[in-house]
Design a protein around this ligand. Structure first.
Ligand code: CIR
Length: 257
């Protein structure tokens, strides 16, 4: 089996036009985002991932949030149909690169699915029902996951963009959870660490291949919680992506083993 791999996509100048839930002032800064993206890539590499860059999409402002365009579970990939119509053109270029390594499945209308709504924890797959992902989208994820031995559960998402905007895993049974992401009851059977504060993105971290946890530098309480669980933390600044409603997981499609 190949080693840990992460797919990323560079920041285009058009990033200034990314979809945002709130007006941003000053405008999004593609240069600053590109510098932060370079730091993110370095952190993934230092954490043990082979990083593969998908060719840039100059006309797709949100394309660095590559996680939303494809879901990689086990040995199979679901090319998504993003919930926001402006993001649908992103999937073609992602499919070309992932298709060189994995069998692809695609999604037909009326299904919509954003990868930000799909959290794999051990053999469990939690799929958020959100403004971006519908029931048919959940079924499409189940169709690639269940035959590989994963359990799949639909999870109604709270006041966040995606399920993972406020929920992520630090090992195969422990999740960081912010109350805005979903009902805690949806996580029964998992070890749940509640992340305090008003910003759900504080619960969005990335498991590096070497077991360390990538945490946004803005979220020092999260870093303390993670290190309190015996995990080494790597801090990184991704604030420019946060202004466009994205967090750490959004910037890559990863497979750890
Ligand atoms: C969007 O609204 O679609 C982007 N501006 C942000 C996407 C963030 N992706 C993610 O949480 N997986």
């Amino acid at each position: 089996m190949a080693g840990p791999i992460a797919f990323v996509r560079p920041v285009p100048d058009a990033f200034a036009e990314a979809v945002t839930s709130h007006p941003v002032d000053p405008p999004l800064d593609p240069e600053r985002a590109a510098a932060q993206h370079a730091g993110y890539v370095r952190a993934l590499e230092a954490g043990g991932y082979e990083v593969v860059a998908i060719p840039p999409a100059p006309d797709a402002p949100d394309s660095p949030f590559v996680e939303d365009a494809a879901v990689l579970i086990g040995e199979r990939v679901l090319v998504t149909r993003p919930g926001h119509p402006a993001r649908r053109a992103e999937t073609a270029g992602v499919a070309v690169v992932l298709g060189e390594r994995f069998p692809l499945q695609s999604v037909e209308a009326p299904a919509t699915i954003d990868g930000g709504d799909v959290l794999v924890v051990g053999r469990r797959v939690l799929v958020g029902l959100s403004g971006r992902t519908n029931r048919e989208g959940v079924e499409a994820v189940a169709a690639i996951a269940i035959p590989q031995g994963f359990e799949v559960a639909a999870v109604p998402v709270g006041a966040v963009l995606h399920l993972k905007s406020g929920l992520s895993a630090i090992d195969d049974r422990t999740v960081l959870w912010h109350r805005d992401a979903c009902d805690r009851d949806a996580l029964v059977g998992l070890d749940v660490v509640e992340v305090p504060g008003d910003d759900p993105e504080a619960a969005n971290v990335v498991r590096l291949a070497d077991g360390r946890i990538l945490v946004s530098a803005a979220h020092t309480a999260t870093a303390d919680l993670v290190s309190g669980r015996g995990r080494e933390v790597v801090g990184i600044d991704v604030s420019e992506f946060g202004r466009a409603d994205g967090g750490l997981t959004c910037l890559s499609i990863r497979r750890r083993v």
